[in-house]
Design a protein around this ligand. Sequence first.
Ligand code: COA
Length: 357
Amino acid sequence: MSTGLEGIVAAETVLSHVDGERGELVLRGLRLEEAARLEFEEVTALLWQGFAPEADASDALAERLGQARLVAFAMAEPLLPAASRLTPVEGLRLLLSAIPDAEETPHHLMAVAAVPVFAAALGRIAAGDAPVPPDPALRTAEDFLAMLHDRTPSADHARALETYLITVADHGLNASTFAARVIASTRAGLFSSVVGALCALKGPLHGGAPGPVLDMLDEIGGEESIAGWIEGEIAAGRRLMGFGHRVYKVRDPRADVLRGVVRPLSSPRVAFAEKVEAAAIAALERAKPGRNLQTNVEFYTALALEAVGIPRPLFTPVFALGRMAGWTAHVLEQEQTGRLLRPLSRYTGPAVRVAAE
Ligand SMILES: CC(C)(COP(=O)(O)OP(=O)(O)OC[C@H]1O[C@@H](n2cnc3c(N)ncnc32)[C@H](O)[C@@H]1OP(=O)(O)O)[C@@H](O)C(=O)NCCC(=O)NCCS
């Protein structure tokens, strides 16, 4: 038994491979560094290939996603007052839950189309603005930014976000994907599976870290405080957000792809963040020698999302927007090839006794 399920293989998948020793992520035969040069719709199509007929042409897929975004917008409107009383990620959980299992649009398509619409509307409401409807002619990343900011994004920003979405599109049997596959294995349906996945993603040990990364940079404040702040956190037994990973024991390749994205965006944070990064890695090596605690995806995610103008409470919903490509592919794969997931537990409770009369 292993309490964190480390080292346990619980599924076979053709979708992605995380090589933690070599620091490599492969998406259906493509290294992340290559996949990151494609469009998000192409990567989604790649993941769906063999599981969904819509995967055959990514142009047609982009068009169908655009149409489905319109359906999602109409669906969200009556629920927005209730969703606006929640945080954006809770609002996203509510709106995704509200998509009926009887929805006519293929469910994997609807799920990928719905997240940018819901997340942008929730972001606008949180800022006191009215939601902006989708433009079905745009690609996912561009339309998300257009809906969120009510203006056409620069090509640089749209491409930076698109690269981010690809970077997080799939990542082996991470906690949220595992949750999705467990639910899919019961045949509860795709929407239930991805709502479960979103709930798992929401936790700070999984997808909730990039907001705290910026909080950390804010708290540190200036270069002169970096070393003292980091030592203080480690001495207090707290974890530095954006460092360490369950599987990668060398650098997380996604951190490097995203560093390449943020550097040209001339965000004032980047140079400072790189100094914090270097100091954190050195301090973690001193505190936990041999553990090789390195920068993970969340560190540069925080910088990339901030640079394209996404507010912190929307970070996890935007993560969900990219990861939805992977979740839906895993659900389709699980439904096609998987078996009901039903592990065992070891009982450590009291010995059997006769109940008092
Ligand atoms: C991601 C994470 C949960 C992986 O954890 P894990 O595989 O369970 O690693 P462990 O808890 O076994 O950590 C190994 C040791 O390093 C320490 N450690 C791990 N990440 C650390 C961090 N970010 N800061 C300080 N110490 C850390 C642990 O406290 C542990 O020390 P111990 O053995 O003395 O108790 C963990 O690294 C973490 O909490 N990171 C910060 C949150 C984060 O960035 N999450 C996003 C992940 S993509």
